[in-house]
Design a protein around this ligand. Structure first.
Ligand SMILES: [Zn+2]
Length: 559
């Protein structure tokens, strides 16, 4: 049973043995936040963010609620990062002030994280330890080993977590790819060796558990992009995730091979490319065209690498589609290549951008038309291969929605393994004894609201949701100590009434005035009861006129 957040949480410090608690990322996309406990000590693995959907329009960026571990952060020995994707590191800068533990990451993930931490003013405060791919970390009862795996961003590391109760392999996001273009192959020898030592369970990526066969090779996409770019004339824009450094490299190579100059359009591309170069990747790329020179390059010699493959409204591709980008544009005879997949929930936003491009005469090519994308997550044959290398007793599916988790559970069972299905907040005890869910801890979601982080189900955002649908009415009036009104009250109703409604507003103000005058003298001498009564009559007066139930505020100025 899960409890909502926003109220005091019980603290559990009696969690004994070796336990696993997903606080986010299980049964949902994004927001990966995992806890491992061993005899009272805690370890966190990844701390991601997610994007809000149409069901919560009052929020844009969501975070897992860390309250459960924040309450016992003295026992939290560290936060270990598997890789640099937003759904694994995007929550660190916002949530670290509640965790205050050392952070461990590879050079590339650290380069990305350092930027985010300094933007949040935490650059100096956070102890960021850089661990080489394949390196080891010792944290109290946890012996950790990074195992390099291939993924759609460099330096993704699975984590072997060894304790006196046994070893767990936490996979992070991964795939097998014999030619990943950038970065290393998944370390099959290390997985095999770990299996030889004995592994209790794999906490395993479920994203593509419903996909038969193999995820496909990044090198094949590189080849396909090269052919595609070579055959096209006019301006070409390729959009992909900025964090997919291999794809960025393939797009740059395709441009170079076709004699095109490459421009990076969009801030996150610049950030990821700079972080990649700091970490030793993308060393032999040509100079990029500065933004202000884009317009001077002949169309047939230009390749734009653009952010916004998910239709993000403020992204470079959305602005190009709306023809509001300051430097880059596309039109008749040009091509936009979406080298990405539609992440569930983003379909409408992506389609809107593609539609706007088509309306401008741009030819739009997606992974449905051409071979422009492969996934960074394991399909079923790759999962089977991992199981056979590592030979665990148990599979704990994570990272996916419920249908992905249960599909991986069924696959594991076909392979003779025991699957343990969890929801966020479940406390799985690996040992001593047989693994079992022994408890549930509170979980929840937080929303980033400007500079603050607030509970998604809390007062601020539920008021915002009501304002969105019902509007807000503010009545203000001044009275002296005896409760005598000093002039007529004012009503304003942003989002409900406009200038043309002046008549309605004046009538309401008049009725409001009368209702205030009618209140008993004794009541009008007390601030709070006076304001409460004013709010009640305002709600009645406006509700009657508009047929709505807006949020109502009454401000009494005691003069
Ligand atoms: Zn990832």
């Amino acid at each position: 049973m899960r409890k909502s957040t926003g109220k005091p949480l019980p603290v559990r410090s009696d969690a004994s043995g070796f336990i696993f608690v997903p606080l986010g990322g299980t049964g949902e996309i994004g927001m990966n936040f995992n806890l491992y406990g061993c005899d009272g000590a805690w370890l966190a693995v990844d701390c991601g963010m997610g994007f809000s959907g149409p069901e919560t329009p009052e929020a844009e960026i969501l975070l897992p609620d860390p309250a459960f571990i924040a309450e016992q952060r003295d026992a939290l020995l560290g936060l270990v990062i598997t890789h640099a994707h937003e759904d694994h590191i995007g929550g660190v800068a916002r949530l670290w002030p509640q965790l205050r533990c050392p952070v461990y990451a590879t050079p590339f993930a650290a380069a990305i994280l350092r930027r985010k931490l300094s933007e949040a003013g935490l650059g100096r405060e956070v102890k960021l330890h850089i661990v080489k791919p394949g390196g080891v970390i010792k944290l109290g009862p946890f012996g950790l080993r990074y195992i390099p795996m291939t993924h759609s961003t460099p330096e993704m590391q699975a984590i072997a977590i060894k304790t006196s109760y046994g070893t767990i392999l936490h996979t992070g996001d991964w795939k097998f790819d014999s030619d990943p273009v950038i970065g290393t192959l998944s370390d099959e020898a290390a997985l095999q060796a770990l299996g030889d030592e004995g592994v209790l369970a794999i906490v395993s990526d479920s994203t593509n558990a419903m996909v038969e066969g193999h995820s496909g090779s990044e090198a094949e996409v590189a080849k396909s992009l090269k052919n595609l770019v070579n055959d096209l004339s006019g301006r070409i824009a390729i959009t992909c995730f900025a964090s997919n450094v291999a794809r960025v490299a393939s797009a740059i190579a395709a441009g170079k091979a076709a004699g095109r100059h490459v421009a990076l359009v969009g801030r996150s591309l610049g950030n990821y490319v700079a972080a990649a170069q700091e970490s030793g990747y993308l060393q032999d790329v040509p100079d990029f065209v500065p933004d202000e020179d884009i317009g001077a390059i002949p169309h047939d010699n230009l390749l734009l690498l653009v952010t916004g493959s998910q239709g993000e409204p403020r992204s470079a591709m959305a602005r190009i589609a709306a023809d509001t980008h300051r430097y880059a544009s596309l039109g008749e005879g040009d091509t936009a290549i979406f080298s990405s997949r539609m992440i569930p929930g983003n379909e409408r936003a992506i389609t809107a951008v593609q539609d706007a491009l088509v309306r401008r005469g741009v030819d739009v090519i997606t992974d449905e038309d051409e071979f422009t994308h492969v996934s960074g997550h394991p399909a079923r044959d790759e999962l089977r291969k991992l199981y056979r290398l590592v030979r665990p007793q148990y599979i704990v599916p994570t990272h996916g929605e419920w249908r992905h988790l249960s599909t991986q559970a069924a696959l594991a069972q076909e392979e003779g393994l025991i699957a343990l299905l969890l929801e966020n907040g479940d406390v799985l005890q690996f040992g001593p004894g047989t693994p079992a869910v022994v408890d549930t801890v509170p979980t929840g979601r937080l929303a980033v609201d400007g500079e603050r982080v607030v509970p998604l189900k809390g007062g601020v955002l539920s008021a915002r949701r009501r304002m969105l649908f019902n509007g807000v009415i503010i009545g203000s009036f001044a009275a002296d100590a005896q409760g005598r009104l000093l002039g007529p009250p004012k009503i304003s109703a942003p989002g409900l009434l406009e200038e043309a409604d002046v008549r309605l507003l004046r009538d309401a103000e008049e009725e409001f005035f009368e209702s205030l005058m009618d209140l008993p003298d004794a009541l009008r001498r007390q601030d709070e009861p006076f304001a409460d009564a004013a709010r009640a009559s305002l709600r009645r007066i406006v509700g009657k006129r508009l047929g709505k139930r807006p949020i109502v505020e009454a401000h009494l100025h005691r003069v």
